[in-house]
Design a protein around this ligand. Structure first.
Ligand code: GLC
Length: 467
């Protein structure tokens, strides 16, 4: 089949999306935890970045071969932006130094505020999609945080009395707002330092986080109590990634274990999905793999997070190969390794243009359903990129009917050839060892208005719309 025929074949498959969207409205209840915050969005241009580099006396040498992965002073923030800008990658770095936060507030500024954190972003998306009841964990819920929630009757948080209340109406007076800087840059932008050109190969973002509560994994008692006494259908979990070993992060991960175990004991049919997220601290990353992954049914991650996991699991060679050539066959190799080693029932990787899921054949949602869930996620997340926000129901289907991209089909084609399974390119499903692989080409938006939170939307909608 040529591109056009393949695009038509996939357009036919994508016709399943509207009815999957309807199914979401029948899901009874979902909780999202733990990290909710406020994102300060700043689009940075190459010339502004250059000015910051010069003003902060950063040398060309500091900008070449950057090995830093956290920040403790203002110049580190700029180095982090340059690292992501010049490689077109997404990373999040954290600091526990309020002075750097104050420096960002004064010197970087922002364009606007919006909902941040996996738990908050997913809660808004799922409530808008019509899940009957969405309960979000917030460890801080002042007015400014409440304002980032959509004004929806099915979207709840926990108030000061530990009771469910419409999230947008809650004001926990003494809480402090938790603001993260999301610094976005555009493909093709460039700047020059001492004769060297830095150009951006792919639109992406760098996140600089100072967040005393999420960095301590502070848990809301009302939320914990709610899940101990109410049976919900799905728990979408994240928020371990801002922890630092130096801040007691490994113990904080361990402390979450009995909390999760109790929820599962009370509600044995609860399906838990963990979003890995950009976890820079290696000891914390190891702790997540050791203590949290065994408790969850499903795991979601992107290509960077896959490399990160390989690096702490004795797979440096494969990690380096993917770093040099981020392509579907190598990422599939990684996915298979993770599935076999960590033994979760389902694992989903989303990369630029392609989503793939490896699951046990008896997973609660069949691979055929999962395929439909992923296509629904592709429509919802590309609509978000296209529209900039998901604020009204009509926003979620803005890209419905657009063709899957040629680049996506190339990735799927490479994967199907590597697996010697030509059917994968047309059907999106095949057996690998004892597992079932489902993979889809996605809709790519040319000039995305936003990228932050894409992965969270993809993972959560894929799982739930695969019901
Ligand atoms: C991380 C960041 C948060 C951002 C989110 C998007 O959780 O800390 O600021 O909104 O990722 O995925």
């Amino acid at each position: 089949m040529n591109y056009q025929e393949l695009q038509q074949a996939w357009a036919k498959k994508y016709e399943a999306v509207p009815s999957q969207l309807e199914k979401l409205k029948h899901i009874r209840s979902v909780a999202t935890a733990f990290n909710t915050n406020i994102d300060a969005i700043l689009k940075i241009k190459g010339n502004v970045l250059k000015r910051l580099i010069v003003e902060n006396n950063i040398s060309l040498n500091d900008l070449e071969n950057i090995s830093l992965s956290g920040f403790s002073k203002p110049s580190d923030v700029i180095i982090g932006i340059v690292k992501c800008f010049s490689r077109g990658i997404a990373e999040e770095w954290v600091t526990d130094d309020i002075d750097v936060y104050n420096w960002m507030d004064t010197n970087l500024g922002y364009d606007h505020l919006q909902m941040g954190g996996q738990a908050g972003i997913i809660a808004n998306a799922l409530a808008l999609l019509g899940v009957k009841k969405v309960i979000t964990h917030t460890n801080s819920h002042p007015k400014l945080q409440a304002q980032q929630f959509l004004n929806l009757e099915n979207l709840f948080g926990l108030n000061d009395e530990g009771k469910l209340e419409k999230a947008v109406n809650i004001t926990r007076e003494t809480d402090i707002p938790l603001i993260h800087w999301i610094i976005e840059f555009d493909k093709g932008d460039r700047f020059e330092i001492d004769g060297k050109i830095f150009s951006c190969p792919k639109s992406n973002r760098f996140i600089a986080t100072y967040d005393p509560l999420n960095m301590k994994l502070v848990m809301n008692k009302g939320f914990i109590g709610y899940l101990n006494t109410h049976k919900i259908n799905y728990l979408l979990l994240s928020g371990f990634h801002p922890l630092l070993e130096s801040n007691g992060g490994v113990d904080l991960v361990k402390n979450a274990v009995p909390v999760l175990q109790k929820w599962k004991k009370y509600n044995s049919s609860l399906i838990i999905h963990l979003e890995i997220a950009s976890t820079q601290d290696k000891a914390v990353r190891k702790a997540i793999v050791k203590y949290i992954v065994p408790l969850v049914d499903s795991v979601g991650l992107n290509e960077r997070e896959t490399i990160d996991l390989l690096n702490i699991m004795g797979q440096k060679t494969l990690a380096n190969r993917i770093e040099k050539n981020t392509c579907s066959p190598l990422l599939f190799e990684a996915l298979l390794f993770l599935k076999k080693t960590l033994k979760m029932k389902r694992i989903q990787l989303h990369m630029f243009g392609l989503y793939m899921t490896l699951q046990d054949s008896d997973f609660v949602h069949s691979a055929e359903q999962n395929l439909k869930g992923m296509m629904t996620a592709a429509v919802v997340s590309s609509s978000k990129a296209y529209n900039g926000v998901l604020a009204q129901y009509g926003d979620v289907v803005k890209t419905l009917g657009m063709s899957v991209s040629a680049q996506s089909l190339d990735e799927l084609n490479n994967l199907s050839q590597a697996l010697h399974n030509p059917e994968l390119l047309n059907n999106g499903i095949c057996k690998v060892d004892n597992f079932i692989l489902s993979a889809i080409p996605t809709i790519l938006v040319d000039k995305p208005k936003t990228l932050v939170g894409m992965g969270d939307t993809i993972s959560s909608v894929s799982l739930l719309a695969g019901c």
